[in-house]
Structures are given as structure tokens and as C-alpha cells.
Design a protein around this ligand. Structure first.
Ligand SMILES: Cc1cc2nc3c(=O)[nH]c(=O)nc-3n(C[C@H](O)[C@H](O)[C@H](O)COP(=O)(O)O)c2cc1C
Length: 193
């Protein structure tokens, strides 16, 4: 029996400056899994985009808010986030947490509810992370994983799974066969009920 998908939309946010880096490699395996299950996928490299830090103006939190007050590259991303059924967030570990590019994006998601009531509800999320140390605790990866877990639980999104592993040079993570397989499985799970 084939799995039911009804062509889910997946938005992938890549938070490393390395386009062919380890977190992107993991994300691409998730994409392979999602596409093999019939999903359509769009990728966004956050690095190099004009995404400012949240300025804590709280314009997005006002009852009649029209959205985030900052007019930058995050504006089209809000719409893409709303349109997608599932999100993949990929980041390297930088200084015992996620990369700055990823954190800027995450902070700006504070405004998403201003664009649509219940914007996070029912969104399915997968996270991919890589780090240089051999251990996910010593590397600080668990700090970021925990941040994603807490943040998406808080807003009522569904964390479908997280894949993470150790690698230093760009793409080196590909030699970790079991991790690559886990990422592909996660991609399928992300878009199948
Ligand atoms: C600025 C910077 C900070 C880093 N901080 C950590 C760290 O705290 N812990 C760790 O294990 N690796 C750290 N690393 C190594 C990266 O996490 C590792 O190389 C990762 O696989 C890079 O992923 P990417 O190829 O997707 O960019 C750091 C690398 C850079 C450039």
C-alpha cells in the first residue's frame, strides 16, 4: 500500500553560510525523503539575505497588527511559512547553539501570528544540525535542539523529528550512512500522516 501524502508543501530554511555544508547535506537527505513521498519542496538559504534582528517594537503583537514592522527579506518568507505544511530548519552549531542566521530567522517568527491566527498550529517541523565535536552534549548541539523543541511546543507546532551528527569539513557528514538514512526516513515521516 502506498503512503497517503496529497502533495504536501515543505519549506526548508538553511542556516549555514556553507551551501554544501553538513547541515545542508542533512537537509538535502530530508528533502529526498519528502520528495520521494510526493511532497513539493522549496529551499531558502538564510545567509546573505537581508534579515534584521527583531527590534522588540511589539508592533506584531498589537490586536490590529498587520505584521512585522521591519520591511526586509523576512516579509516574503512569512508568506512561504504560512503556505507550507512542513518546515525543515537546518543549522550548524555555532558557539554551543544554532547559527546567528538561524536565530535571526527564529526571533522574527515572533511576528508570524500577526499574519494569520493559529499560524503555527498543525505545522510539522524537522530539524537538522551538525557540529564539530564528537559529542552532541559537549558540542552544544543539545542546547539548540532543546530550543527548537521548547519553541515549537510553545507555539503548538508538531516536532516530527531531529537529525544531528558530528562533522567538520563541508559535506563530510555524508559518510555517516546511518545518519543519512535517518534523515531520509525523517523526510518521509514529515509529509506522511
Ligand atoms: C563560528 C563557528 C562556531 C562553531 N562553534 C562550534 C561549537 O560550539 N561546537 C561544535 O561542536 N562545533 C562548532 N563549530 C563547528 C561546526 O558546527 C561544524 O563544522 C559543522 O559541521 C558546520 O556545519 P555546516 O557545514 O552546515 O556549516 C563552529 C564553527 C564555526 C565556524
Amino acid at each position: 500500500m502506498t503512503e497517503k501524502t496529497d502533495s504536501k508543501k515543505v519549506l526548508v530554511l538553511l542556516g549555514s553560510p556553507r551551501k554544501k555544508g553538513n547541515s545542508a547535506t542533512l537537509a538535502h537527505k530530508i528533502i529526498e525523503g519528502a520528495e520521494s513521498a510526493g511532497a513539493t519542496v522549496e529551499q531558502i538559504y538564510l545567509h546573505g539575505r537581508n534579515i534584521a534582528a527583531c527590534q522588540a517594537c511589539y508592533a506584531c503583537q498589537k490586536p490590529d497588527s498587520k505584521g512585522c514592522a521591519i520591511d526586509d527579506d523576512m516579509q516574503p518568507i512569512y508568506q512561504k511559512l504560512l503556505d507550507a505544511d512542513a518546515w525543515v530548519i537546518a543549522s550548524p552549531v555555532y558557539w554551543f547553539s544554532m547559527s546567528a542566521q538561524t536565530k535571526l530567522f527564529l526571533d522574527r517568527c515572533f511576528a508570524l501570528l500577526a499574519y494569520k491566527e493559529g499560524a503555527f498550529a498543525g505545522k510539522r517541523v524537522a530539524v537538522a544540525m551538525s557540529y564539530g565535536d564528537a559529542d552532541p552534549f559537549i558540542s552544544g548541539c543539545v542546547n539548540a535542539l532543546r530550543t527548537f523543541q521548547d519553541a515549537f511546543a510553545y507555539v503548538g507546532a508538531k516536532m516530527v523529528g531531529m537529525v544531528y551528527g558530528s562533522a567538520e569539513k563541508p559535506g563530510e557528514i555524508e559518510s555517516n550512512q546511518s545518519l543519512m538514512q535517518a534523515a531520509e526516513v525523517l523526510g518521509r515521516k514529515l509529509v506522511t500522516s
